[in-house]
Design a protein around this ligand. Structure first.
Ligand SMILES: *Cc1c(COP(=O)(O)O)cnc(C)c1O
Length: 401
């Protein structure tokens, strides 16, 4: 008998975006004359930066000649990319070494795979609402002690560490998906302090750091002194460089970051992650790593700024339209998402149907991100300018109707 992992049966059956697609398709079928604009899924829309395209082409040509062809690359990433990434951290005053960078095919996998090197019985803490991957991967791994910290308008969707409750593993994501909230230095310092007091580990998801515009907001958990002993950071080229279809990200695992054996003995996380990756991962393709390296070139940096500025201008336009029409929301300042309060009395899915039917706008129901997401919906600014302008006028028409 091949026994299956029965934890999978504990997962909620429908993945959020599959349900959205199902409902949108049904609506389109029933209303073929109505136009629909998607403001739901958090996927980029603009093409890759030119610097990345050039690097890709060049790398493909290298693969075409015997002298420059490359087979398997190093498990943890090519030195040229690990060095470029670590240099960027060092340029921002953080002492990250090249071999503390682990190149991967994206942060979703890193978030999920990290549970491989953690033991059973961890008390896990994560905010609610939250990126569904954190909770679902813990269900799959059979972790049952998962507590949620309530995000609310009052705490700006940045929950503070609990006063009494100790935890072993903490998920944080800032700028946040889905709320667009960012954590201040003081707020992150409180989490690092909490983690150190509890010998806990923070998994910090910084997929959206490139969208931070407010001066003083930390871009990395490692801007907080002491974080190198209690945190790992996941980053991705998906959102800044538009690599969602190309696939590349990385995990920063400081050598000082510690976990514990059951008897309390401290053990460095770095060798465990290194071993995990060497055994289970064969690296990211050479052309893609060259494309990622190009993001750190002067041209690449300028082009990535151009891309993120473009999306943040979308955010500004959408935010103004919402404000002008009386919607209450947060986000859209340092993140590509706006987190909007539903009309009083409507659930997130009611609101989804209402906006689809009345305005032809596809949103993401907040309840798909956790119980505390109920009563909200997420708008993504990953869209063409024309579509964003269209959505803005649809919200204006809705107000007039
Ligand atoms: C998009 C996103 C990522 C990036 O995922 P990739 O696998 O690198 O594409 C990571 N975390 C969050 C919260 C995201 O929204």
């Amino acid at each position: 008998m091949a026994f299956v992992n029965e934890n999978y049966f504990k997962l909620s059956p429908s993945y959020l975006f599959a349900e959205i697609s199902r409902r949108v398709d049904a609506f389109k079928k029933a209303n073929p004359q109505k136009s629909v604009v998607r403001c739901g899924i958090g996927d980029v829309t603009e093409p890759l930066p030119q610097a990345c395209i050039e690097a890709l082409h060049k790398a493909v040509d290298e693969m075409a000649a015997r002298e420059t062809f490359r087979g398997y690359g190093p498990d943890h990433g090519y030195d040229f990319l690990r060095h470029a990434i670590a240099e960027e951290y060092r340029a921002r005053g953080m002492s990250i070494e090249d071999d503390e960078i682990f190149v991967s095919d994206g942060s979703k996998c890193d978030c999920a795979n990290f549970l491989d090197i953690l033991g059973t019985g961890n008390r896990i803490l994560m905010p609610d609402p939250v990126y569904p991957v954190y909770a679902d991967t813990n269900v799959m791994a059979g972790n049952t002690d998962v507590s949620f910290l309530d995000g609310t308008l009052e705490n700006g969707f940045v929950p503070a560490p609990p006063k009494e409750k100790p935890a072993d593993l903490i998920y944080l994501c800032f700028p946040n998906n889905p709320t667009g909230a960012v954590a201040t230095r003081e707020q992150l310092a409180a989490w690092v302090d909490y983690a150190r007091r509890n010998n806990a580990l923070i998994l910090f998801d910084a997929a959206y750091e490139a969208f931070i515009r407010t001066p003083g907001i930390p871009h990395s958990i490692f801007e907080i002194p002491g974080a190198e002993t209690c945190a790992v950071e996941m980053r991705s080229f998906s959102k800044n460089g538009g690599f969602t279809g190309l696939r590349c990200g990385f995990c920063v695992v400081p050598k000082a970051a510690m976990g514990r054996r059951k008897d309390g003995k401290a053990e460095a996380i770095h060798p465990l992650w290194s071993r995990r990756q060497s055994t289970k991962f064969n690296g990211v393709s050479y052309p893609v790593q060259r494309a990622a390296e190009a993001i750190y070139s002067a041209k690449g940096k300028a082009q990535v700024s151009g891309l993120t500025d473009f999306y943040m201008e979308n955010a500004r336009l959408l935010g103004s339209a919402l404000k002008a029409n009386g919607w209450e929301f947060i986000g859209g300042v340092d993140a590509p998402y706006l987190w909007v309060k539903c009309i009083a009395g409507k659930t997130s899915w009611d609101m989804f149907s209402y906006l689809l039917e009345q305005a032809g706008v596809v949103t993401t129901p907040g309840s798909g991100f956790g119980a505390k997401g109920e009563g909200y919906f997420r708008l993504s600014v990953f869209n063409s300018r024309a579509n964003i302008e269209d959505v803005c006028s649809r919200f204006a028409d809705l107000a007039k109707a």
